[in-house]
Design a protein around this ligand. Structure first.
Ligand SMILES: [Zn+2]
Length: 340
């Protein structure tokens, strides 16, 4: 069948690249560039609206980023703290025990603080990567417990029998071999310790227990959190958790994972914190397996039978001054605890 001659000629011109097509007008490019720049400026402005870091002489019941930063400096000055090393099992633990004593010393008359250094051995299976059985021996952690001075012993409140309900705050102080672990996860432990101190110093008895797990073996992989939830007596009361982790260095805190049940966790987060920042896209990507990594979130979910959230605290390592990035984390932890 013969084609229309005009159309055939047009096709030939197109084929020979004689006719121009699809040129984007300059004004469209300019508008897009302006919109992009405006979005970036707006994002920068939102970032600057984060809470100001509080100084070391801030009131005791408030979270101070500068106080937290001191923990970070102390921990990173040890250098890499690989699980099983002298730096991990002796130097870091010595420092964390000292920090735990400081938390106890700062407690108000309304709250009680005790801590425990524990080692444990065990085994568990992981579906991570191709699947594996993870066997560990004598991994070491420090856990701090804070509770109201008038807390009744025996069955906890609510409908569930057992020990009083507790919120678990988790971080890990071990590192990979070639890093001082400022972001991953020294900052998380700095936030957890300052949060513990501020909660203990509260002018009222805590309504629920708080457990702060400074775990010594996460990087290779996830042993210490398993040791805690599967074997430590204090873990039996844990009902929900906040896992403070790292994702690179710098940037604002982000709620990265939540669940698997109890949507109230996200509702509380969205309703209570002054600057909520979360991404469901990140959770989907992570759970799809595209990102070859995992955290203690999986252990608390699968072996602790808890729901919780995982946040990425990403302060820059020294020498950047404290803590536009640290302050929001502790701030949020306290707010969430107050509502749990
Ligand atoms: Zn980590």
């Amino acid at each position: 069948m013969n084609k229309d001659p005009e159309r055939r000629e047009e096709e030939l011109l197109l084929k020979e690249n004689v006719v121009e097509r699809g040129v984007v007008p300059v004004w469209v490019v300019c508008v897009c560039a302006c919109l992009t720049a405006g979005t970036l400026l707006a994002a920068g402005a939102v970032d600057r609206r984060l809470p100001e870091p509080l100084p070391t002489d801030a009131p005791a019941q408030l979270f101070s980023a500068e106080r937290a930063y001191e923990h970070l400096i102390n921990l990173t000055s040890i250098g890499p703290r690989v699980a099983g090393s002298y730096e991990n099992e002796v130097l870091a633990v010595r420092q964390l025990v000292s920090a735990a004593r400081s938390v106890a010393a700062a407690a108000s008359q309304h709250n009680l603080v005790d801590y425990d250094v524990f080692t444990a051995s065990g085994a568990f299976s992981l579906t991570f990567l191709d699947g594996m059985t993870n066997i560990y021996r004598d991994v070491q952690s420090v856990v701090i417990r804070i509770r109201g001075a008038g807390e009744a012993s025996g069955p906890g409140r609510g409908t569930r029998p057992g020990p009083p309900a507790a919120l678990l705050i988790n971080c890990h102080f071990d590192t990979v071999p070639d890093s001082p672990g400022a972001s991953d996860d020294g900052a998380g432990c700095a936030v957890a310790l300052e949060t513990a101190r501020a909660l203990a110093a509260s002018r009222r008895p805590l309504r629920h227990r708080v457990l702060v797990l400074l775990n010594g073996a996460e990087e290779n992989i996830l042993q210490a959190s398993h040791a805690f939830v599967s074997g430590h007596a204090w873990a039996r009361g844990a009902r929900a958790f906040i896992n403070i982790e790292a994702c690179g260095a710098g940037g604002r805190e982000v709620l990265f994972q939540a669940g698997p049940h109890d949507p109230w966790i996200v509702e509380v987060y969205a309703g209570a914190v002054p600057h909520p920042f979360a991404s469901s896209l990140a959770q989907e990507l992570f759970e799809s397996g595209l990102i070859p990594a995992d955290t203690d979130f999986r252990i608390f979910r699968d072996y602790g039978n808890m729901s919780g959230e995982r946040r990425h605290a990403s302060p820059l390592p020294a020498p950047r001054s404290p803590s536009v990035d640290i302050q929001p984390n502790g701030h949020y932890s306290i707010i969430i605890y107050s509502l749990v």
